[in-house]
Design a protein. Structure first.
Length: 175
């Protein structure tokens, strides 16, 4: 069996710079050519701040996981599991998988399913029984991934990137 090319670990506030960096890099890599470049840059600058990641990583009702390259431990992916901010009627046991991204070099290595498994485990540890998430309606690759992971569509939302409003799907699954 080959040596692993990544590892997962719980992230803390001290990891905020690494999280902000991989968040912007993975967002740009995922959506370049699909969304307007200036809108993507504006979105990353507003939403991928070290302060935002430090707050999530410090919140006892949230869980942040970092995927790192082996060797060297450069950040290559992450998840953020936190309070629900979706246009659904949240149930008491809901938590939102606000972010799950990996850099392309991790695609096909099992890192995505491992990040999802860790998020589901963290949700259970936090006393939650359902994970909800939003995904761009045009991101068919992500939709297939979520469906393979047992998620089903429960609604829709509109999500603004830069100056453009996009239609998203809202998914859910039990823990």
């Amino acid at each position: 069996m080959a040596d692993p090319v990544w590892r997962l670990r719980s992230a803390g506030a001290a990891d905020a710079d690494a999280l902000a960096l991989v968040a912007s890099a993975s967002f740009l890599e995922t959506y370049a050519g699909s969304l307007d470049g200036a809108d993507m840059v504006a979105h990353c600058l507003a939403n991928n701040t070290r302060e935002k990641f430090a707050a999530w990583a410090s919140d006892p009702q949230s869980a942040v996981t970092l995927a790192e390259a082996v060797p060297g431990y450069a950040p290559l992916g992450y998840t953020v599991l936190t309070s629900v901010d979706l246009p659904i009627e949240p149930r008491e046991g809901d938590i939102e998988l606000r972010r799950i991204y990996t850099m392309g070099r991790l695609h096909g290595t099992g890192a995505g399913p491992a990040l999802m498994a860790q998020a589901l485990s963290d949700a259970a540890r936090l006393g939650k029984d359902r994970v909800v998430l939003g995904v761009w309606g045009e991101n068919h690759r992500a939709q297939r991934f979520y469906e393979r992971q047992g998620f089903t569509v429960i609604g829709t939302r509109q999500f603004k990137v830069g100056s453009v409003v996009h239609d998203d799907l809202v998914y859910a699954r039990g823990v």
